[in-house]
Design a protein around this ligand. Sequence first.
Ligand SMILES: [Zn+2]
Length: 82
Amino acid sequence: MSQFDCQETKRHVHEYLNNELTELEITEITAHLAGCDSCEGDYDIENALNGAISRSCGEVPPQELAERILAQIRELQKEIKH
Ligand SMILES: [Zn+2]
């Protein structure tokens, strides 16, 4: 029986992507993401956000970076809804 409901999973998505969790927590979240479209969507957004930050870091002013990331998230959300 998984300890991770949607609330817990969404709360830990960031740490999950940054490898800041224990092996057990990673296993639980991976299992939850596999069976939950809602949390998988959150994971995709966080993942895109991480990628956008690491790609853009140091090259653009924060304001512009934030706008780019927001635009990417909106694109992702459109995809998730279909
Ligand atoms: Zn969920």
